[in-house]
Ligand binder design. Structure first.
Ligand code: ATP
Length: 222
């Protein structure tokens, strides 16, 4: 039976070198919910995203996606969860230099075992959607920073992830492309009934999500 995705974050705490960055942060998101998280620099937004992505472990508290508690997964389990259910757009785009633009976008599908021929159509469709349809055969070194960011966004969405995490996805983009990318993110997340979390400094970008949450020393609030 299909179970809709649900993200539960309960009393998550994380310290670095004895300094507490996150203190008992809780959040619960239902299918189709798309929220923005804003807050001052250094307040712990990226730390929180890394915990939600399973790239870091909390000191206490838990993250549960679709009933699956990360605490019960080893590193291979977390890698599998990211491959099958997560899409990320992080500040550093991690576009692979030895793959073409099209191959970079197809990569998440390959990792799921989809063959080359079947991966091509969805990868091309996403590239069109981010305005890079003409650049499918280009190499990353031939792209501008903003174009690279759009490749990263296409790649984050190509496999229809249940949870999409975006950390300043429009930081390198001009206003027109930024707006286009944010519209695409929102459309895909809502259309797929996925969960989206957008971390940004831009209140304008945050306003494209359904709800804006602020992170400060007291936690997350709406
Ligand atoms: N791996 C780490 N080791 C030590 N300190 C860390 C580590 N990761 C984050 N920190 C510290 O935790 C604090 C929060 O960092 P984080 O990157 O989560 O903030 P942020 O809200 O995302 O900031 P910004 O908006 O500037 O990107 C910072 O003081 C940072 O130095």
């Amino acid at each position: 039976m299909y179970t809709p995705p649900m993200l539960e974050i309960d009393s998550l705490s994380r310290s670095f070198n004895g300094r507490r960055v996150l203190a008992e942060v809780s959040l619960r998101l239902a299918p189709g919910e798309y929220v923005a998280i804003v807050g001052e620099s250094g307040v712990g937004k990226s730390t929180l995203l890394n915990l939600i992505a399973g790239l870091d472990r909390p000191d206490s508290g838990r993250v549960v996606l679709d009933g699956c508690d990360y605490a019960g997964l080893d590193e291979d389990g977390l890698t599998g969860l990211r491959r099958d259910r997560l899409g990320f757009v992080f500040q550093a785009f991690h576009v692979l230099p030895h793959l073409t633009v099209l191959q970079n976008v197809a990569l998440p599908l390959w990792l799921q075992g989809v063959d080359n021929a079947a991966a091509e159509a969805p990868a091309r469709q996403l590239l069109e959607a981010v305005g890079l349809g003409e650049r499918a055969g280009s190499w990353p070194r031939e792209l501008s920073g903003g174009e690279m960011q759009r490749v990263a966004i296409a790649r984050a969405l190509v496999h229809g992830p249940r949870l999409v995490l975006a950390d300043e996805p429009t930081g390198n983009l001009d206003p027109a492309n930024g707006a286009r990318v944010l519209a695409l993110l929102g459309e895909r997340i809502r259309g797929a009934g996925a969960i989206g979390i957008l971390v940004t400094h831009s209140l304008e970008a945050a306003a494209t999500a359904d709800r804006v949450l602020r992170l400060d020393a007291r936690g997350l609030h709406g």
